[in-house]
Each structure stands twice: as structure tokens, then as C-alpha cells.
Design a protein around this ligand. Structure first.
Ligand SMILES: CC(C)(COP(=O)(O)OP(=O)(O)OC[C@H]1O[C@@H](n2cnc3c(N)ncnc32)[C@H](O)[C@@H]1OP(=O)(O)O)[C@@H](O)C(=O)NCCC(=O)NCCS
Length: 161
């Protein structure tokens, strides 16, 4: 129907998706490793979901599960404002169940901060200057991020109960 949002299909990452992700890692995350709280995650090996619109890959999310927590490690919509991010985060929320669902973003990522807060996530911690330590593990983290803002701090958001 004209004017209706596209149908977003979300499924767990297949081995094919993983090879594709590994090939796109530099473009998406500046490399195969993503750092949060000083931990290096090998993203293409994490569990995750791929979103498709009309059969085409439109986004990806990865997460890390422990007994009582679930970290949303990455979430990327290749086509923005089409419901992809919402569908992906809903899939991770379902996997997380009652676990504490948390994520790290950076101080320059105003679009992500908006997105998470609109979906009931709350700021629970700020780690000023934490990106300096991340850069020692991943020197390719840029100095300047979205909106020309210097990337310095890690911000933790948690899904509100
Ligand atoms: C954060 C991110 C994943 C959000 O993804 P997204 O797919 O754009 O999110 P959605 O489309 O689901 O929602 C965004 C807005 O678009 C609107 N929208 C969704 N479908 C729409 C449609 N068909 N037409 C118009 N608007 C639509 C939603 O209502 C939403 O607005 P709201 O937040 O006020 O409810 C995306 O901005 C992104 O990939 N950023 C770059 C990577 C990144 O920084 N990731 C986070 C790392 S911490």
C-alpha cells in the first residue's frame, strides 16, 4: 500500500551473512574488532540478526549474552528511517528476555542517543575519555565523529524495566 512502511524481515545471521559481514567490517566498524568497556569484540563471530527489505540486506545487529546480561554490541541500518533499527532492536530484546540489556555508544552519536531514548533506554553511566584506551586497542577509531564532534567518551544505556 502506498505510504506504508516497508516490510522488514529479521532473521538470525546465517554463515553466508557472516562472510558478508566480515567483508564489510571495515566499512561498517572500521575493522572486524569493536571495542566497548575495554573489551575487543570480534563482531563477525558474535550472534546477531540481519534485517532484509525486499530480500536485500538492510541492517545488522550483534549481541553478547551472559547469564544475567545482554550487550547490544552493534546495530546498523543501511537504510535509515525505514524501521530497520526498530526491528533489529526488537529481535535482540526478545533474545535478552529478562536479562539486563545494555549498550555502549559514544558522545558524538546523537542519532543513536535519540533512537535508544525514544525506545525506553536510559543513560546509566558515562565514561569520560574512555575512547583514548579504546584507541590503544584499535588505532583506526577516528578522532572526529558525527556532526564534527570529537569522539572521547563512552555512554552506557540500559533498557528501562
Ligand atoms: C541508530 C540506527 C541503528 C537507527 O536505525 P533506523 O533504522 O534509522 O531506525 P528506525 O527507522 O527504526 O527508527 C528511526 C525513526 O525513523 C522513523 N521511521 C521508521 N520507519 C519509517 C518510515 N517508513 N517512514 C518514515 N519514518 C520512519 C521511526 O518512527 C523512528 O522515529 P522515532 O525514533 O521518533 O520513533 C541508525 O541511525 C544507524 O544505523 N546509525 C549508524 C550506526 C550506529 O551509530 N549505530 C549505533 C551504534 S551505538
Amino acid at each position: 500500500m502506498i505510504g506504508m512502511p516497508n516490510d522488514v524481515e529479521v532473521i538470525a545471521l546465517t554463515p553466508e551473512d557472516r562472510s558478508w559481514l566480515a567483508a564489510r567490517a571495515t566499512e561498517l566498524w572500521g575493522g572486524e574488532i569493536v571495542i566497548s568497556r575495554g573489551v575487543a569484540h570480534d563482531v563477525a563471530k558474535l550472534p546477531g540478526f540481519i534485517a532484509r527489505i525486499d530480500g536485500r540486506r538492510a541492517g545488522v545487529a550483534t549481541y553478547r549474552l551472559t547469564d544475567d546480561a545482554c550487550e547490544l554490541v552493534t546495530i546498523d541500518a543501511f537504510q535509515r528511517r525505514a524501521g530497520v533499527g526498530t526491528a533489529l532492536i526488537a529481535a535482540v530484546e526478545a533474545v535478552a528476555g529478562d536479562r539486563r540489556l545494555w549498550l555502549i555508544t559514544t558522545n558524538d552519536n546523537l542519532d543513536a542517543m535519540r533512537f535508544y531514548q525514544r525506545r525506553g533506554y536510559v543513560l546509566t553511566a558515562a565514561y569520560p575519555g574512555a575512547i583514548e584506551a579504546s584507541r590503544r586497542l584499535k588505532p583506526q577509531i577516528p578522532r572526529v565523529g558525527n556532526y564534527g564532534i570529537p569522539i572521547r567518551d563512552e555512554l552506557e544505556f540500559v533498557r528501562a524495566k
